[in-house]
Design a protein around this ligand. Structure first.
Ligand code: PRX
Length: 634
């Protein structure tokens, strides 16, 4: 049974997936198109780690989007593109058309010398070409790595260099609300520090003038011109790399999470179909950017593997007015709507007036992803958008998990405000204490691990397998560690409590504290810094930086602004600290470790119960920091 249709189906599927995972996933895999079937369904060892699903099978993921089903739904819309400016025409692309565009661009990529296994960076706005770019890479077996187009030149060149990309696909600019973002200039700057890139392909979007380097840069339209719209898909191994997606961790450098083809394909499809309960001819909309995993799995791969119609939106929720999301829901009669708590909270501020203008009765399912959704936002979303009768799927998952892990299945398993609720079939969560001992029973809290592989688990971190092992498989040997804290309530429902490591979740985007600190430390006057998260009404968490600076004639305010701008330049606007506090020192343990717990208290303006600080190396600094923040201890 692939599509779960009742609570009983869920229970039966879940039991089967635990008692005989190989049979469970094999049955689903048999529905796909393979050039050669597997020798073995699963081989795994979390110690190494090495995880292989559908061993030695051969396939191409795009054959499962196109060739497998095209006769059934060739004329169905695959993508409906809604531009930033509502007065501009939207674009509808059928599966037949998307197939042609993919093949044509696949041929174009090949003509520039890109081949199977090469890495291609996609640094593009939310335009149809971005979807075509992803699919064309998969078609020819090139490994795509989409970099969110809000990242800076430094962040982009770090990623290009880490995976030694051979090509960059970009645009002449991005429209985002009122802004035009000159992404091609960012690419040019990034490429000053990158040797591997031979080709840059530029899609025309804004029509703004950009510099084109002869022999390296090509216009999208020129390069596809005259290329055939047929292409024989490259035959790939099930465990070949499909994509790399960089994400922040608790150490300074972002890591390239690697997903392989077959397992990812099956899980993206299975989870999409079941969580959203997608039915033929439904119109589905996920508001994420393709630069994040949500865009990969639930704008592109999951929906397209299911023959769904996926809406792709170029703009932002508040442009040109705060009812834009609701207007789009009415315009396309959206049936499933999937967004982030930060967007909900940002729109909540405008009240219900912008909603009342639009008809939202097409909605069957609403969803949330990226961070814990607080109860207030949950109720607001459920009542005002879902009108109290749409299931709200609060989907917990990660870049590394490839697909949704813990979530209600719409209308099938119950909703509980602010709870991701129950694991999907195939997912075996386990709560452990700080020693790694399993915590049994209900009404318990601890660290969230997964004890058995699922098909779309990450396979490695690009170029550094040791780091993959250390980050995810060593803290609690024999288990995958998520980095999240969790509570299992009295009914056995999971509620995610947030990160337990040094990762801050800003508007659903992960930022490593070390990554921000490294950027701050680039300032010539900064001696040392520490960054923590604090509760933020809209963003979920904001970034608060403490910095020790050299004596200088500069004013404090100048340095604070310079530090903020520096982080923005080095990483991108999403990493810019909300607050920078210049401090005389940082609270440290006798072994020299920064006591972030104290800094988190200061940042959240709650300095009660600081605990015993007398054991610190420099206890006097605590009062100075509290004073500097304009707070008072009780
Ligand atoms: O802390 C969890 C939070 O986002 C982290 C994963 O971030 P990223 O890899 O960028 O992927 C985001 C989109 C899947 C998790 O470790 N998170 C994500 N979804 C939820 C969540 N926390 C609570 N509830 C969620 N629904």
């Amino acid at each position: 049974m692939i599509k779960i249709k009742s609570l009983l189906d869920y229970t039966v599927s879940y039991e089967k997936s635990i008692n005989s995972p190989e049979n469970f996933w094999e049955e689903i895999a048999l529905k796909f198109k393979w050039r050669k079937k597997w020798d073995k369904v699963l081989d795994w060892d979390f110690e190494l780690p090495k995880i292989e699903w559908f061993k030695n099978a051969r396939l191409n993921i795009t054959e499962n989007i196109f060739e497998k089903n095209i006769k059934n739904y060739g004329n169905t819309n695959a993508i409906i593109w809604e531009p930033n400016d509502p007065n501009e025409k939207s674009i509808r692309i059928t599966y037949n058309e998307l197939f042609d565009l993919t093949c044509q661009f696949a041929n174009a990529l090949i003509s520039t010398g890109i081949k199977k296994g090469d890495r291609v960076i996609i640094y593009m706005p939310m335009i149809p070409e971005a979807a075509v770019a992803i699919l064309a890479c998969a078609r020819i077996g090139a490994v795509h790595s989409v970099v969110f187009a809000g990242f800076s030149a430094t962040a982009l060149s770090d990623r290009i260099n880490d995976c030694e990309a051979k090509a960059v696909l970009t645009s002449d600019g991005n429209f985002r609300g009122e802004k035009i973002i000159p992404v091609k200039n960012v690419v040019d700057e990034a490429l000053e520090n990158s040797k591997s890139v031979e080709t840059v392909i530029v899609a025309k979007r804004t029509g703004r003038e950009v510099k084109m380097k002869i022999g390296r840069d090509y216009w999208w339209d020129d390069i596809i011109s005259g290329k055939p719209t047929v292409h024989e898909a490259e035959e790939m191994g099930s465990e070949d790399m499909l994509f790399i997606l960089y994400t922040s961790g608790s150490t300074g450098k972002p890591k390239g999470v690697v997903h392989s083809i077959a397992g990812y394909m099956i899980y993206a499809y299975y989870s999409f179909l079941n969580v959203f309960q997608y039915e033929n001819n439904d119109i589905y909309w996920c508001t994420a950017d393709i630069g994040w995993i949500t865009g990969h799995s639930y704008i592109i791969y999951g929906p397209l593997l299911s023959g769904a119609t996926s809406v792709m939106f170029e703009g932002v929720p508040t442009y040109p007015h705060p009812g834009r999301f609701w207007e789009i829901i009415e315009k396309y009669k959206i049936n499933q709507f999937y967004t982030a708590p930060t967007a909900i909270r940002a729109l909540q501020v405008y009240g219900t007036e912008p909603i009342e203008k639009y008809k939202l009765d097409s909605l069957k399912v609403i969803g949330s992803v990226g961070e814990p959704i607080n109860e207030e936002a949950w109720h607001w979303y459920h009542e005002n958008i879902g009108k109290g009768n749409c299931p709200l799927v609060d989907t917990w998952w990660q870049t590394e998990t490839g697909g949704i892990m813990i979530s209600p299945l719409a209308s099938i398993t119950p909703n509980k405000p602010a709870h991701a609720s129950l694991p999907l079939p195939g997912i075996q969560p386990i709560i452990v204490d700080s020693e790694g001992k399993e915590i049994h029973g209900n009404n318990v809290e601890g660290n969230l691990c997964i004890k058995f592989p699922w098909p779309s688990i990450l396979r490695t971190t690009y170029g550094d397998h040791k780091r993959c092992k250390e980050t995810y498989f060593s803290t609690y040997p024999g288990m995958y560690f998520t980095g999240d804290g969790v509570k299992r309530d009295h009914d056995g429902y999971y509620r995610i409590l947030g990160r337990v490591d040094d990762v801050i979740n800003v508007s659903g985007h992960r930022m490593g504290t070390a990554e921000v600190e490294n950027a701050i430390n680039e300032h010539s006057l900064v001696i040392e810094s520490a960054v923590v998260g604090y509760p933020h009404d809209i963003k979920g968490q904001g970034i608060y930086a403490f910095a020790i600076c050299n004596e200088s004639s500069k004013t404090k305010e100048n340095i604070e602004t310079e530090i903020k701008n520096l982080v923005r330049k080095i990483i991108g606007p999403i990493a810019k600290p909300d607050f920078v506090q210049i401090v005389p020192g940082l609270p440290k343990t006798r072994s020299g470790k920064i006591m972030r717990r104290i800094l988190r208290k200061v940042a959240s303006k709650d300095v009660s119960n600081l605990g015993d600080v007398s054991t610190l190396l420099n206890p006097e600094v605590v009062d100075q920091i509290i004073d500097g923040a304009g707070l008072k201890t009780n």
